[in-house]
Design a protein around this ligand. Structure first.
Ligand SMILES: *Cc1c(COP(=O)(O)O)cnc(C)c1O
Length: 388
């Protein structure tokens, strides 16, 4: 019904048709694995729940609308979304990826894709011209994340899209997990496929592991739908329901995440115990201008480096926090803090960590939607303990 409107209207209404039989305003959780057919092969759009499910379809329709795409396909995790998209690249194919990628993506690219005969090359794509020289005749895909994790460096999506598309058949994929569709729509900047770990901001409540891929291309949608059904990494109806419920407040949550993140980032920047604060919303961020150009906001992730003290100081900071939970993951309503070198990025080799700037004093915060003053007080106590 409601297919048009601004972001907040779409977040609440897109894909949410009242149930035609009961009038239920919230789409029911459709648990049935199979659907009755009126004659062999004649059905109402669903035959078997791996291939298609009404609750999943409601969620997919909503996400597609928010990400400005024609199609969305939901998966049982962000990781299997990545794996399924990578399956578009056949044996002997070459993929170029930004070198500062999510740890699990790096692991998949280096350890699994390789086994399937796909070669992934990691490059510093912060200068888009690097891509121009790196394209090979067998390059099939370019994979970027922006801002990257955990050093929050930006990749110019539009510039990368132009260069990637100078070679016919190259698919540009953008992992938009950190910005969420509220702050950035890569399809509008030239990306072919957008992927999300729904586990993070889209669901937003740290109680669902899920992923989604969005595209405007009929061809890529057909291919991904085929792979989704063949590989079968689909989410449960219950998880789709929870993620859809989370999605309805995405705009409210993202605004608050950002307000709090700016407050915490400014506090850290003013502290003499902090060497560097990395937040794209700060004027001091090297790519602040690009952030303003391609994003509508700066998000809730803040990384910073303690001035000194190495691993022990980082550990003192983290163990002193009371509101920020010491945990991996991000994007939930509650604030989290983690040490990438030991936690999320432990699967990188020490050399790879060094190359992307994941040092022992780099701490990553996922700033939640609590009271900003309470969060700042928590960080203040952590800094006192880290470097007394
Ligand atoms: C978490 C994450 C993933 C992987 O998603 P899962 O849902 O944990 O499988 C991929 N990309 C980014 C940027 C992430 O933060």
């Amino acid at each position: 019904m409601t297919k048009t409107g601004q972001f907040a209207t779409l977040a609440v209404h897109a894909g949410q048709e009242p149930d035609p039989i009961t009038g239920a305003v919230i789409p029911p959780i459709s648990l049935s694995t199979t659907f009755a057919q009126s004659a062999a092969g004649v059905h109402r759009g669903f035959d078997y729940s791996r291939s298609g499910n009404p609750t999943r379809q409601a969620f997919e329709t909503a996400v597609a609308a928010l990400e400005k795409g024609k199609y969305a396909l939901a998966f049982s995790s962000g990781s299997v979304t990545t794996a399924t998209v990578l399956n578009m690249v056949g044996q002997g194919g070459h993929v170029i990826s930004v070198n500062d990628t999510y740890g699990g993506t790096f692991r998949y690219f280096t350890k699994v894709a390789k086994r399937n005969g796909v070669e992934v090359e990691f490059l510093d794509l912060f200068d888009p011209n690097v891509l121009k020289k790196a394209l090979k005749p067998n390059t099939k895909m370019v994979w970027i994340e922006t801002p990257t994790n955990p050093t929050l460096r930006l990749v110019d999506i539009k510039a990368i899209a132009e260069i990637a598309h100078s070679q016919p058949g190259v698919v540009l994929v953008v992992d938009n997990t950190f910005m969420s569709p509220y702050f950035q729509n890569p399809l509008e900047l030239g990306a072919d496929i957008v992927v999300h770990s729904v586990t993070k901001y889209i669901n937003g409540h740290s109680d669902v592991v899920m992923g989604v891929a969005i595209t405007n291309s009929d061809e890529y949608n057909e291919e991904l739908k085929f792979l989704q059904n063949s590989i079968g990494g689909v989410p449960s109806a219950f998880d789709c329901f929870l993620a859809n419920r989370g999605l309805k407040t995405l705009h409210l949550r993202m605004k608050r995440h950002e307000e709090n993140a700016i407050a915490v980032a400014r506090f850290l920047e003013a502290s003499d115990k902090v060497e560097e604060v990395i937040y794209p919303g700060l004027e001091s961020h090297r790519q602040h201008a690009l952030a303003k150009k391609q994003q509508r906001g700066f998000g809730g992730m803040v990384s910073f480096r303690l001035k000194s003290g190495g691993l022990p100081a980082s550990n003192r900071f983290l163990s002193t926090l009371r509101i920020f939970a010491l945990a991996e993951s991000l994007g939930g309503v509650e604030s989290l803090a983690e040490l990438p070198a030991v936690m999320t990025h432990a699967s990188l080799t020490p050399e790879a960590r060094q190359e992307v700037g994941v040092t022992d004093t780099l701490i990553r915060l996922s700033v939640g939607i609590e009271d900003a003053e309470d969060l700042i007080e928590d960080v203040r106590r952590g800094l006192e303990a880290a470097l007394p």
